[in-house]
Design a protein around this ligand. Structure first.
Ligand SMILES: *Cc1c(COP(=O)(O)O)cnc(C)c1O
Length: 422
């Protein structure tokens, strides 16, 4: 089992490249990804037949290209993600399919692309079966099942049970098989993504539900997917999941199904966060320091438009300081905020929006703050709120920083708008 990391509060470099050099070349704020970290996380999962990356975590096409070169395939949840996968060199016709569309609805754009490129679909709602059947009668597809219970690190990330909108309710499986029959379609894959975290007890319930439903669907099933939800530590007391045990539980399920069906059953895993979270760093500059009553604020040039997880979920990110002068200083409790005209623009907050303080080395205007473990659900959730330009993304590969998305400018920001004649 991987030992949990500890998170230092000072840092002078990322993947061997001095922060000062990165800032000089790319400016702040800026996302930096350490590609070697992603490659290591992919290797951790090599016991699974297929690693299918849930690209919504970090969907830059350069990252998609690099994970493809490691033998990883992808999941797409929208027309835009299908386009990204195609541009990064994935094809739906490889085995296993380079792209699978997984969603609870088809919008028109996504359905058109699915038909055009014959992209396999993992349906999350019974209506999708008819919509797919009308356009591609006779195709095979997978079903995402909601087994009736769930797990997640917050209400907003819980992905199973009656409160979740995801997947096909387990009691509706027979009805879905009838719908499939009407269009001459077969269910060849089953999928559950319900975010078990590190809870192996819970995982064995998930595996049990998968086995029951696979038996119910029968011998057409050739792939089962464990979904995503593998956690990574964001704080000193958090741990990795025991991947060997995780695999063992799923593998045992797969083996029993193989015995029952008399043919091979492929075992997929579909991580997002696990592959990319730890590779990512958001580098920002301190632009103002002010004492407000008992709180000392460091205000950065990055805000929740760049990294939304704290304001969305009260998510905790490890934070480190890089002083320009490289000096070590004593720590003090600080509140870290951004530039947005919105009081929730605070990186050190807990769920419910409560402002928290973090012990960090003393620093001043012009020093850098690095928000760490910021590869997943970070840039991919960035927005232009407050009409801010989205920041650049850089990947460090073999000791070289490479720009993979430039900083936006005013033309980018305004390119889609027009003022009609009055
Ligand atoms: C988001 C998502 C994942 C990845 O979840 P992580 O928690 O990032 O591993 C996997 N599968 C599906 C269907 C998803 O929607």
């Amino acid at each position: 089992m991987l030992t949990a990391p500890s998170f230092p509060t000072t840092r002078q470099s990322i993947a061997g490249i001095p922060i000062a050099d990165l800032v000089q070349e790319f400016g702040t704020p800026c996302y930096v990804y350490d590609v070697a970290k992603i490659q290591q996380r992919i290797r951790d999962l090599n016991a699974f037949d297929t690693v299918r990356y849930a690209q919504k975590a970090l969907s830059n096409i350069a990252i998609l290209d690099r994970v493809r070169r490691q033998g990883v395939v992808v999941d797409a949840v929208s027309a835009g993600e299908i386009e990204r996968a195609l541009r990064a060199g994935y094809s739906a016709t490889t085995k296993p399919a380079g792209i699978v569309y997984t969603a609870d609805v088809f919008d028109q754009d996504a359905l058109d692309l699915v038909v055009q490129h014959a992209i396999p679909v993992n349906v999350g709602s019974p209506d999708m079966i008819d919509q797919l059947g009308e356009r591609m009668p006779g195709c095979s597809f997978a079903m995402r099942i909601n087994p009736g219970f769930g797990h997640g690190h917050s209400q907003k990330t819980n992905t199973g049970g009656p409160q979740s909108k995801h997947g096909i309710w387990y009691e509706d499986v027979d009805e879905c098989l009838l719908r499939a029959d009407r269009h001459g379609m077969a269910v060849t894959g089953l999928h559950m993504h319900i975010g078990s975290g590190t809870d192996l007890e819970h995982l064995s319930q998930v595996c049990g539900a998968m086995e029951r439903i696979a038996s119910q669907v029968g011998r057409t099933v050739t792939t089962i997917s464990a979904g995503g939800g593998l956690p990574v530590p964001y704080q000193d007391h958090q741990e990795y999941v025991d991947l060997a045990k995780y695999f063992e539980l799923w593998d045992a399920t797969r083996c029993r199904l193989q015995d029952e069906f008399g043919h091979k059953v492929e075992l997929e895993i579909e991580p997002g966060r696990y592959l990319v979270a730890e590779s990512g760093f958001l580098v920002a500059e301190i632009r103002a320091v002010k004492q407000m009553g008992e709180n000392l604020f460091y205000l950065l040039d990055a805000g929740f438009n760049d990294l939304a997880r704290p304001i969305l979920y009260g998510a905790y990110h490890p934070i480190s300081i890089a002083r320009r002068d490289g000096q070590q200083t004593n720590s003090k409790p600080v509140v870290l905020g951004g530039p947005l005209c919105e009081s929730g623009d605070i990186f050190t907050q807990t769920e419910g929006g409560f402002v928290d303080r973090r012990e960090l080395p003393a620093a001043g205007v012009g020093d850098w703050v690095i928000l760490e473990v910021a590869g997943a659900y970070a840039f991919s959730m960035a927005s232009n709120y407050n009409s801010r330009y989205r920041c650049p993304e850089v990947m460090i590969e073999d000791g070289t920083p490479k720009l993979i998305r430039r900083r936006e400018n005013a033309d980018d920001l305004l390119s889609l708008e027009c003022i009609p004649e009055s």
